[in-house]
Structures are given as C-alpha cells and as structure tokens.
Write a protein that binds this ligand. Structure first.
Ligand code: A2H
Length: 256
C-alpha cells in the first residue's frame, strides 16, 4: 500500500463469553473483573456498523496484554511491541509480557461485543487463513458488506462450517447495507465478489482488485446509510465516526 505510516483505528471488542478452549487457557491467569478485548486494526472505522464477526489466524499465537488497570488486549506479539512503543500498554518496555498465550484456533466461537455493530447481541471470533501476522494487530474485524476479503471469507465459512469447526449460523449473520455507492450498490463487497467471480478467499488477484475498487468507490462516492451520520458522505463522516469511537473509549489510534 502507501509508503507513509498507516494510521489505524484499533477497536475494542469486549469478550462476553469465551469459547470452551479459550476459557480453559485463561483460567486462573487473569484477575477477577478484568475486561478483555480482541483488538482489530481497521482503516474503515465508518463501516463498523456492519461488523458481523471478528477474525483471527487459526495458526497464529496471540498474547493477552494488560493495557490499563482493568483492560487487557488480545493481540499478536509484534503488535504488542508496537503498542508498547506507542505507550498503549501498561508495561511499555521493549518486550511487553503477556499474561496468557493463546492459539487463534482456541479462540474460535468466542462471543464479543463489537462497538457500533448493528448485531448488538455480539458477534463471534472466526478463523481467517489469510490474516497476516505482520500487519495491524493480527486481528481483523469482519465487515462483509464493504470488504471483499471479509465477504469471501464469511461465505467460505458458511459453506464449509464443519470443516472450519464452527457453527454455520455464526457465519450467517445478516449483512446490512452500511454504505450506498453509485457504481456497486448498497452492499458493494457482495457486488464486486460476484462481478469478479471470486470463488474463495484464496482468489488473491481478483480480491486485490475488488478491494481496490471497493475502497475507492466507498471512500470517494459512498454515503452512510445508518447511525448518527446517516446521509453524510463517507469522506466527511469517517473522521467523525473515528473520533466518536475514541471519545467513547471504544477505540484508540494505532499506527505502524
Ligand atoms: B479493513 P492495509 Cl470494510 N491481515 O477493516 C489481513 N488483513 C488485515 C490485517 C491482517 N493482519 N489487519 C488488518 N487487515 C485488514 C475493515 C475494512 C478494511 C473494510 C474494507 C476494506 C478494508 C473491515 N475489515 O481494508 O494493508 C483490515 O480490514 C482494505 C484496505 O494496512 C484493515 O482495514 O492497507 C486493512 O486490512 C488494512 O490493510
């Protein structure tokens, strides 16, 4: 992508109910009353109304790091070092220590609360094989209405739920229209995945093209369909949604 630093929005998705394996892994290792958050990094905070799941790399290892008195973040090790460097953790030394290490696959099925999501009862942690350990926090929130990668992934997960070891309905939460675009309609990721005949999340080349098209169209032509900034252009609403999330303590700036 660009050459300058990426200014991400790191979103705090609070754990409501651990998967059985994760519950076992964290047992006795975190203080009573701790708030634990999965922390995806996003470039599209204005789409957060459309979150239907949150992805981890099933083969990646995550740590749980203390961020403040009561807040703990589930993130990759590399992200933890970056966050410490940016003063975002409790221990901001060169090698912050996790309280627990946990395999991505063990987190699958965990129920989390996603700020702004129209799915107010929570969304599930699901596997995404294409999550990179070297980008963001290693956690990716899923907005299948506006991200072709996310759309291709939920569709794959629903199709092969047994293979992925998930409940089919976790990948079939309703996809609400979040942004209206003149060229690709109100659920632009779906339109693009279909137009470019993308069959799976492994169709890297057409997915990269779809991503580029969706991003440009959404950012420059898109209008928000829901929430406080309904009717506004994405370009102007985006910084406002981000600022609101940060002011509410539901997100924080994260750069890399
Ligand atoms: B975006 P850039 Cl709606 N591995 O957030 C793979 N992908 C990752 C990642 C990782 N470790 N960390 C972040 N990402 C994704 C929303 C979104 C995103 C929408 C549309 C497009 C889009 C919801 N998913 O990204 O390479 C995250 O997905 C397309 C550019 O740093 C993050 O923003 O530019 C984006 O990639 C960051 O990608």
């Amino acid at each position: 992508e660009g050459v300058g630093p990426q200014e991400y929005t790191a979103l705090k998705l609070k754990v409501l109910e651990w998967s059985a394996k994760a519950a076992e892994a964290v047992k006795g290792k975190l203080p009573e009353g701790a708030n634990i958050f999965f922390v995806p990094a996003t470039l599209r905070p204005e789409t957060m109304y459309g979150q239907t799941a949150c992805y981890v790399g099933p083969k990646l290892t995550y740590g749980i790091y203390q961020a403040s008195e009561n807040d703990y973040y589930v993130i990759g090790d590399r992200a933890a070092r970056n966050m410490a460097f940016q003063g975002l953790l409790k221990d901001n030394g060169a090698a912050p220590k996790s309280l627990v290490d946990i395999q991505g696959s063990d987190c699958i099925g965990t129920l989390v609360n996603a700020p702004l999501s129209l799915h107010a009862n929570g969304i599930r942690i699901l596997p995404m094989d294409t999550v990179l350990e070297t980008k963001g926090t290693g956690v990716v929130t899923s907005v299948p209405s506006d991200s072709p990668d996310d759309y291709a992934t939920v569709r794959e997960l629903a199709k092969k739920a047994d293979y992925y070891g998930i409940q089919k309905e976790w990948a079939e939460l309703e996809i609400f229209p979040i942004i209206s675009t003149p060229t690709y309609g109100d659920i632009c990721a779906k339109t693009l995945v279909e137009q470019l005949k993308i069959a799976s999340p492994k169709d890297t080349k057409p997915l990269a093209e779809a991503k580029e098209l969706a991003y440009k169209e959404g950012f420059y032509q898109g209008t928000i369909l829901v929430g406080k900034y309904k009717g506004e252009k994405v370009e102007t609403a985006k910084p406002k949604v981000r600022a609101d999330l940060i002011a509410a303590g539901e997100a924080f700036p994260y750069a890399e």
